[in-house]
Design a protein around this ligand. Structure first.
Ligand code: DC
Length: 226
C-alpha cells in the first residue's frame, strides 16, 4: 500500500504534536516533530551564550550542529550532535527564545533540507508551522490545526504540571499569543494555512476525535491512490 506524506501545521499548543504522534503510531508511520529541531538549535545557541540578535553566530551554529530525530519504539529522541536533549528542549528558556532563532533564514535552510530528506520515502507525519506551505507543498494530506488561546493555555498548563512546573494560566496564554504573533509575522516562512489544507479546530474535540478525523482523511487518500 502506498505510504503517503501528511503535513500538520498550526500555532503553538494547538494539539499538533499529540495528534501527529498518534496518527503516526496508528498508521505505522514516522512522526517528525520539526519544532523539536528548531528547539535543539535554540538550546545550543543558549548554551553557547550567543545573543539572539547575533545573526552570524547563529548561522554558524546552524551549519555546524547536527540535529537528528531518532525513533526508539514509539518514542522519539532528539539528538544534538549525538547528545540526547529530548527533555532539555522543552524548558521555558528554550520555549521563550525559539521563535527568535527560527526566524533566521539560514537556520531554516539547514533544517528544511533535513526535513525533506526524512520525508523522501513517504510514510511520514510531519508537524510544524511551514510544512504544507514551504517544506512539502506537495504533501498528500495537509491539516491545519487551530484551537482557542484559552484552551491552548489550559492544555499547556496541564502539560507543565505533569513535569512538576506550576505556571499561571494567564501568563501562559500571554506567552502563547506572543509566540503566535512572532510566528505569523516573521519574514521567513511565517505560519499560515496552505490554500489546500483542511482546517481542524480542536477547541472542543477530544484527542481521539482529532486523531480519528486525520486518520479518516488519510485513509480516503490512501485508498484513492493505490
Ligand atoms: O511546535 P513547537 O512549539 O515545538 O515549535 C517551536 C518553535 O519552532 C515555534 O515557536 C516556531 C518554530 N517552528 C518553525 O518556525 N517552523 C516549524 N516547522 C516548526 C517550528
Amino acid at each position: 500500500m502506498r505510504k503517503i506524506v501528511i503535513a500538520i501545521d498550526g500555532p503553538a499548543a494547538s494539539g499538533k504534536s499529540t495528534t501527529a504522534k498518534l496518527v503516526a503510531v496508528r498508521l505505522g508511520y514516522l512522526h517528525i516533530d520539526t519544532g523539536a529541531m528548531y528547539r535543539a538549535i535554540t538550546l545550543r545557541v543558549l548554551e553557547e551564550g550567543i545573543s539572539l540578535e547575533d545573526a552570524d553566530s547563529i548561522k554558524r551554529v546552524a551549519k555546524q550542529t547536527k540535529v537528528r530525530l531518532e525513533r526508539t519504539g514509539h518514542t522519539n529522541r532528539v539528538l544534538l550532535d549525538g547528545r540526547d536533549v529530548t527533555k532539555e528542549i522543552r524548558s521555558r528558556d528554550v520555549t521563550r527564545s525559539v521563535s527568535a532563532i527560527s526566524s533566521y533564514q539560514p537556520v531554516r535552510d539547514v533544517l528544511v533540507r533535513e526535513q525533506r530528506r526524512m520525508a523522501r520515502d513517504g510514510g511520514v507525519v510531519l508537524e510544524g508551522r511551514d510544512i504544507g506551505t514551504v517544506v512539502l507543498p506537495g504533501a498528500d494530506l495537509k491539516i491545519y490545526i487551530i484551537a482557542s488561546a484559552g484552551e491552548r493555555a489550559t492544555r499547556r498548563k496541564k502539560e507543565l504540571e505533569l513535569s512538576g512546573t506550576i505556571v499561571d494560566r494567564q501568563v501562559l496564554e500571554g506567552e502563547i499569543l506572543e509566540r503566535d504573533r512572532k510566528d505569523t509575522t516573521r519574514a521567513a516562512s511565517p505560519l499560515q494555512k496552505a490554500a489546500d489544507a483542511i482546517e481542524l479546530d480542536t477547541s472542543s474535540l477530544t484527542i481521539e476525535e482529532q486523531v480519528e478525523f486525520v486518520i479518516a482523511k488519510a485513509k480516503e487518500i490512501i485508498q484513492q491512490r493505490p
